[in-house]
Design a protein around this ligand. Sequence first.
Ligand code: ZN
Length: 182
Amino acid sequence: MMLKILEIGDPILRQKARELSVEEILSPAIQQLIVDMKETMHKAPGTGLAAPQVGKALQLILIEDKKEYIQHLSAQQIAERHRIVVPFHVLINPKISIEESETAEFYEKCLSVPAWGIVPRAFAVRVECLNEKAEPCTIKAKGWYARVLQHEIDHLNGVLCLDRMRLETFTTVENYAKYWKK
Ligand code: ZN
């Protein structure tokens, strides 16, 4: 079932999401939420979706960076962004640490914030979390994947990309396509 994606201004997007217990993760309700969020993320489309974006203040994130999302970029853009295909996966109760404090600056957008702007992000991160089977996982990520992880984990703390944006680069979706996409 498609879920409604909340937009900036909705108070749930500013709440701190709570952790899920192993029992909750394995429950039919959360397993169904994951199915519904996956459908919603694909239809949007987006490379990531955090539970607060669909009105649930829970520490649950979905990520998938598909070939079809990447192939419209030039080879140079793909290389600069260190962007790779990331298979679908689920992160629950994630703990993030910065592996390389060197930052990368790229335009970023959020399904809950209909605008673009340059957001500095750490180049490499490490995340400890549980997956949808409540199994512990360690993720080490660089480049665009590290950016998506930071963006989505921010959602669990009530932080939006707008808060980290270089505001002088803030642009509407239309003007991004017109002036800045290339
Ligand atoms: Zn977002």
